[in-house]
Design a protein around this ligand. Sequence first.
Ligand code: ARG
Length: 468
Amino acid sequence: MSHTDGPQKAWAGVFRVPTDKRVEAFSESVSFDRRLADDDIDGSIAHARMLAACGLMTVQEADALAQALEEIRGAIHAGRFEFTAAREDIHLHIEAALTERLGDTGRKLHTARSRNDQVATDLRLHCRRAIDRLDTAFAGLQRAFLELADREQGLVIPGYTHMRRAQPVLAAHQLLGWCEKFARDRDRLADCRRRTNVLPLGSGAMAGTSLPIDREHVREALGFAAVATNSVDAASDRDFVCELAFVLALAAVHLSQWAEEWIIYSTEEFGFLVLPEGFCTGSSIMPQKINPDVLELVRGKSARAIGNVQALLVLLKGLPTAYNRDLQEDKESVFDSIDTLEAVLGVAAPLVAGTAFDRARVTAALDRGHLDATSLMEALIARGLPQRTAHETVGRLVRLALTRGGSLADLSDQEFSGEYAGWDGGLRGALGASRAVERMKSFGSTAPAAVAEQIAGWRRRLDGAAAT
Ligand code: ARG
């Protein structure tokens, strides 16, 4: 085959020379946009039906197109469809296959349509489907955290700030904190879906069409919420792609933070968590190793999700009005973000489901690190001491305990009285990590009643119909 062979181009009329093979190889996108095949076929069937309804083709022609498009879908799914760089992208592949089957009827499908509004529509359909799958996957992860929180009800763990022991919290409280983050991620997905769910098809290349089309007909058929109002903007708007990539990058950051925390909590040094063995891997040289590689990859994969946002923003920043071929480069970034998050969520939920706390180890070490200092300070405030005075008083008591090498509860009543004249045994009720948790009162706190209410609330949200 010489460098001039190959199928005739959709744009052949004006050209005196065939496309250079090197250009075909350089500009093809079918190697990655073939994953839009289902969306392209859905869009084309809706478009053909609309053309028939508007008298731009017969109903028989639209029926033949729809049937042939379904056959092509079947062939693609079955791996019986030939892809070639010479046909450039998925849109031209499917159209060429139609024309092979139907002749002139196939040549009518592209009436009142440009690949510019076509690819924009396909990508919106694709992202909308991905958003719905991802939302379900995030809900599954939330459910896994909820179940673990429920199983660990009553377990008090040290809470950390600056990675230093801070205040005791219920393990369930901290676990449900992840549910909150993923709820915001799902909320952002839903918001992004709203702006994705707008129909560009009918915008043509950029100016619309002089043919009597009915965009509302296509909107209805494809389930879009609205028709884009400005053809110049609609055929090149990729805000929804950037938004989805960002939402997924932030979710990947949440997942990375979680992974980092659990890597630390499952170390021999911490020993809080026991990861499921099936979700750990070993070392080829050190026989004893049970490594948290899955969590490390969850953390590591956030890098590409973050990078994809950067790539998309830079891609768009120099583009003048309407479609420019640069836009073809949007796909691999957003596809990669979708694939990455789906892969991460696919292992995260079962990993959480299979994880348990080492309750004995957590509890044995709980009364180290003066987790009850703030609790004692608040008890003194409740007795009328100004906060700064109470803070200083407890600070001096902690210093005394540090000198003794014990906890606050190990100090004698005499030692307490030396720092606070109003000391009485009742104040000992504020000491100890477990008691500190039980004394919590505020809404949203780690108070056992508040946490039980959170668990019930998450059950309603995740088991109810309108789960978010
Ligand atoms: N493959 C192209 C893309 O992904 C389709 C649109 C091409 N349009 C054009 N006029 N060259 O953006």
